[in-house]
Every structure is written in structure tokens, then in C-alpha cells.
Design a binder for this molecule. Structure first.
Ligand code: HEC
Length: 205
């Protein structure tokens, strides 16, 4: 009797275990050892988390979910993405709104990416140049001042002669912010005491 009941228990147990596998069911079959078979996948270098609805990840205000949407955007807005008008001429003015926050962002990005060579004042005597990199011009000299905003955007994007390109590291919005900051640098370094309003002269002299 004891033997029968233990055999019966074994039978019921086998039924239960086998019943867990391969049964036609709308529900996912019971998976004893999932071995991480089912999990969210992300491509290497992609953002690893889906941002919550209605939010934008820090630093990726203009990122695209795939390259074709970015390619479309580039085609439809050559002013912003290439610094060029429809007819291929350089854009004259920064196409973003230049306010205090934009200029602060531009200064910060300039100090991160450009000052190593051009130094914070744009003199062209940054550490990398001091250590023997090809000479860089003073960014406030007439020739550079005469470049349009679009041309400066082009220099940052594609580099020029000995200067490397920065389009991979710096998103378009930030490149324009750097251009806006460059204009501030030029204005500040090229101005003289006569540009200071009379009521502030005592503060600077
Ligand atoms: C690795 C050093 C280096 C860095 C970093 C660098 N530059 Fe330059 N830059 C140069 C050199 C060298 C030149 C001179 C190129 C030449 O005439 O051969 C130059 C030239 C320029 C010019 C003059 C272009 C012209 O037509 O003569 C501008 C404007 C400029 N850089 C802006 C920038 C800005 C803005 C950044 C930051 C995004 C930057 N550079 C980062 C080395 C650098």
C-alpha cells in the first residue's frame, strides 16, 4: 500500500512537471531556467534606457532614433545642419536664438573643446600649440572676424588645413553656440576703452 501511494505520488508529480511544458496556451510557458533568454536588447553605443514619456535626455536635445530621420532632417534644414543656404552660400547669422543661456553654453563648450589650442581668449596660444602643434591664428584677427557665422560653423564641423574636424564630438546646436561665443570673444578682445559707456569707465580703468 505504501509502495502504491508513493508510486501514485510520483505519477502525479510527473504529470504536474510534464504538464508545465509545451502546453498550448495563450500564456508564456513556464520557463524553469530562463538563462537571460528574454530581455530588452540595445545596440552597442545606443542609449541604454528609454527616456520617460515627454522628457529629453541631457545633452541629446537633437538626437534621432535612427540615421534615416537624421538624414531627412539634414536635407530639410541645411541652414541649421550645414551652415549653408539653399543656394550653397554660407549662412550669415547663427540660426538659433542667441540669449544669455545660449552664450553661456557656447562659452562652456568653447572652453572644453577649443581652448586647449586656441586658449580661452582665442589668442591661439593654448597648451597644445605651446607644445608644438601647428600654429593657430588669433581668432580675433581681421581675417577670422570677416568670416560669416556659417563659415565658422563649417570650420568647427569639418576642420580647416591643420585644424581637426569636430562634427563628431559637438552636436550642431552646440557648434552654433560656440560660434555665438566666438563673436563675443572677438568683440571683447577688439574693443577699446572708448567702447565702454562713460558711466562704467571708472569701473574698468
Ligand atoms: C588641436 C588644436 C585645435 C583645436 C582643438 C581647435 N582648433 Fe581651431 N585651429 C587650429 C589650427 C592649427 C588652426 C590653423 C589651421 C591652419 O590654418 O592650418 C585653427 C584655425 C581655426 C580658425 C580659423 C579658420 C581659418 O579659416 O583660418 C577658427 C575660426 C578656429 N580654428 C576655430 C576653432 C573652434 C571654434 C574650435 C573648437 C570647436 C577649434 N578651433 C578647435 C587648431 C585647433
Amino acid at each position: 500500500m505504501k509502495r502504491f501511494s508513493s508510486l501514485f505520488c510520483l505519477f502525479v508529480l510527473m504529470l504536474l512537471v510534464s504538464g508545465c511544458r509545451g502546453e498550448r496556451s495563450e500564456k508564456t510557458p513556464f520557463h524553469l531556467n530562463p538563462n537571460m533568454d528574454f530581455q530588452a536588447k540595445f545596440k552597442a553605443q545606443s542609449f541604454s534606457q528609454k527616456p520617460p514619456e515627454g522628457t529629453v535626455q541631457w545633452g541629446s536635445e537633437r538626437s534621432f532614433s535612427d540615421s534615416s530621420t537624421r538624414a531627412d532632417a539634414i536635407k530639410s534644414d541645411s541652414v541649421f545642419y550645414k551652415g549653408k543656404n539653399e543656394d550653397g552660400t554660407w549662412v550669415n547669422k547663427v540660426p538659433s536664438e542667441v540669449d544669455a543661456a545660449f552664450l553661456i553654453r557656447g562659452e562652456e563648450r568653447y572652453n572644453i573643446y577649443c581652448a586647449v589650442c586656441h586658449d580661452r581668449t582665442g589668442s591661439g596660444k593654448g597648451l597644445v600649440i605651446q607644445r608644438g602643434f601647428a600654429p593657430a591664428p588669433n581668432l580675433s584677427e581681421d581675417r577670422v572676424v570677416a568670416l560669416s557665422d556659417g563659415e565658422l560653423f563649417g570650420v568647427i564641423s569639418h576642420g580647416v588645413r591643420n585644424m581637426p574636424a569636430y562634427r563628431k564630438q559637438i552636436p550642431e546646436e552646440d557648434r552654433w553656440a560656440i560660434v555665438a561665443h566666438l563673436r563675443v570673444l572677438q568683440k571683447v578682445t577688439r574693443s577699446s576703452i572708448s567702447d565702454v559707456p562713460h558711466y562704467m569707465k571708472s569701473e574698468v580703468q
